[in-house]
Design a protein around this ligand. Sequence first.
Ligand code: BGC
Length: 728
Amino acid sequence: MDLGTAEQAAITSGGDFWHTAPVESAGIPAVTVTDGPHGVRMQAGDGDLLAGVPATCFPPAVASASTWDPELLRRMGEALGDECRAQDVAVLLGPGVNLKRTPLGGRNFEYFSEDPILTGVLATEWVRGLQSRGVGASLKHFAVNSQETERMRISADVDERTLREIYLRAFQRVVTKAQPWTVMCAYNRINGVYASENHWLLTEVLRGEWGFEGLVVSDWGAVVDRVRAVAAGLDLTMPGPDADGDAALVAAVESGDLDPDLLRRSAERVREMIVKAGKRPAGGYDAEAHHALAREIAGRAIVLLKNDGDLLPLGSPATLAVIGEFARTPRYQGGGSSQITPTRLDDALTEITAAAGGEVRFAAGYTVAGDADEGLLAEAVAVAKAADVAVVFVGSVHETEGADRTSIDLPATQVTLIERVAAANPRTVVVLSNGAVVATRPWDRKVPALVEGWLLGQAAGSALADVLFGRVNPSGRLAETIPVKLADHPSHLDFPGEHGHVRYGEGLHIGYRGFDAREQEVAYPFGFGLSYTTFGYGAARATATATGVEVRVPVTNTGARDGREVVQVYVNLPGSRVRRAPRELKAFASVPIAAGETADVVLTVDRDDLAYWDVRLGRWIVEGGEYLIEVGASSRDVRASVTVHVPGDPDRVPLTTESSVGEWFADPRGAEVLGAAFAEAAGDGPLPAMTEEVLMMLASLPLARLAAFPGSPLSAGDLEKLVAAANY
Ligand code: BGC
């Protein structure tokens, strides 16, 4: 049954906070949409919007991304889909694929990485897993929502190459490879235009270029003007109801200000999503099995940053000091809309006590609020001194949606704690719990072992014990660079912006791209992580195929323990015509390799991922040439390299009167035409002024400007003929 204009308007805003609006006359029910992304947060009662009924709190994206394992993300998506079915949820609001532009990002814990390929590959599998259960994803926040400061008003000012190659790339990958049911538009503006009113973004790029078939939903409260939003391509405004906006839509259709087809299509997309959701079977889930999966993913997410003298794994120390309130009161997720009420919560102190052979003594060292307390510090030092090994749990204190951090430093009292414990006991291990990177210099120099434990979800404690005692051999890798200090970061001078604008001044050089381009020291590089075993790489081979480049490399587990290596492929095109970062991640694989065994690892670089965005042509171009393929264990640990010839895309830029003399001569047809024109002007002898040096000097002159000079070999009347001949 066709919906009338008023019904179309009503169904394109929410029925309440977490439901679409039903249209009873047309038999359209309301469906539930809820957060996301690392658990299902169904609002428990009427009071608190963010208090959910218990659900598995899987590791937030900061941790799941550190697994570098798409298969784990797919399994997490499937499990989330099952929990959605059990709670009658139609769409889960995730994944968040904004890039971590700055370590101060308040929501970095909800995002995957500073790299678009790593983000895109992992999020694609998460979406595939979720949607395989008949539950929709909501790819968010589209786009360039990389900060919380002024998030509802700020304009992210980004040049087009950077937008395309960095900030939109993960969205593009997920849309084209997994067709999420919905895409959630961001709060912020992009180059001055609200995402919710951005026709270029929501219609030309998302639907026109990428072929998105689903529904565009607003972030909660992101719509400023319903009519402008629908005209731009937004379908569903959340939350609702929004009687004024509905009336404005009806009035705009009646007055002819809004094309009625646009509103009709948006309403149709909402209806299609509801119909699709109606097909998912009800179901239950096994909470214990999901907890076990949360533990598996968390264990794989932990990154071993330092392990001098093989202090880890712990073995069975006679006395073990467990220090730090976070061992007893875990920090396992961030604040805001993604906050989950877990089905259960493992703490490290209990799990370590169960795993340790000998005596375990605990000292809090600091309060949860991070307050300094000399008594607690002194007690911790005494406990550490009397133990064979001390494990110190520290981490960030405030991390939440809606606010960026002001520093990457640990609370001062925690740094004091680390330094005093390390002085009391040289066998000290530090375990970090944080949603975005924290500075590790200079205190990490004083401890032999450092474990980056992120925010690991409800199984944080057991997963940390698994790694500390070697039941899991660590294989997590940094999905973001840990800088030596905040001021080194590529984003530093252009964050968080002012007066409503933040300029993405570092351009393409986000994260490791910027550190590498400026040859800067980092504390721990992108892609880095140690293992309890070691890996050796053989020679790499690379073959260009029609669809990309296939890279093969033998990797041997040269140690005594079974383990996993995350093999990474970085690409560069030396001498490229466009600016490129020295090293860009293009493929990776997490490979289990038994002790003493060799795996022949095959990695595929998609041809599309080699492309740069050509602003002159307005399209992606694979530049032909000899590509340098570097295979490594991190972005700064290249183990094998090889070059491969990749044929280029047709990329001739038409010559115009604004093209320079140099550009004319660089183009074979242009050189022929312009050369002939110069020769003709010279008559019998060479033009006295047209020596090679003069030509070099003239190279930057646009042709029309050359023609305007007195005594020029060209006249204004020649120009159009030359252009026609050159572009023939
Ligand atoms: C957040 C979204 C979230 C939505 C619904 C917004 O404030 O930015 O990520 O999905 O609220 O809770």
